[in-house]
Design a protein around this ligand. Structure first.
Ligand code: ZN
Ligand code: ZN
Length: 155
């Protein structure tokens, strides 16, 4: 019963030269993970750099004053716009649609039904937010690219 490698790494079971030897595989893995953690817990899907906090910037960038803008997270390295998958915000179009629906509720419903109409809109708003939220995301996967379908008009 003498195997050439009587000692094995406890975490990856690779053979070790002696009981006190450091497993190079696991050591390297640990160093990579520690390195990644010091760089930041989130990974940019555009440039692959890591960061802890995105920088909020007005989107679309450099748009004319009359274009509706909203703050979106950006990568601190490549300045690319990101979408926070764990904490989504409604797009300008969705917010506009909800505002229009709220206005219509006020204009079209008799006064005694308005509060029910507005209550239903609140529920729709919450459901829209919940549907966009993605659960069980690894911190590195939290931010996605902002899908831009061509150039927005009036920019
Ligand atoms: Zn190992
Ligand atoms: Zn980036």
């Amino acid at each position: 019963m003498s195997s050439p490698h009587p000692f094995h790494c406890q975490s990856c079971t690779r053979p070790l030269s002696d009981a006190n030897a450091v497993c190079l595989h696991c050591e390297g893995q640990l160093q990579r993970e520690t390195h990644a953690a010091t760089l930041g817990k989130h990974r940019c899907p555009i440039c692959d750099e890591r960061f802890n906090r995105p920088v909020n910037e007005l989107f679309p960038r450099g748009a004319k004053w009359y274009v509706p803008k909203q703050f979106k997270p950006t990568c601190p390295h490549c300045k690319g716009f990101l979408r926070d998958r764990a904490n989504p915000r409604l797009s300008i179009k969705q917010v506009g649609g909800l505002l229009a629906a709220t206005l219509l509720t006020y204009l079209l419903l008799p006064a005694e039904y308005r509060k029910y109409g507005l209550g239903i809109l609140m529920v729709i708003y919450l459901v829209m937010l919940i549907l966009q939220r993605e659960r069980n995301l690894a911190p590195a996967e939290r931010f996605a690219k902002v899908e831009t379908l061509g150039k927005p008009p009036f920019v």
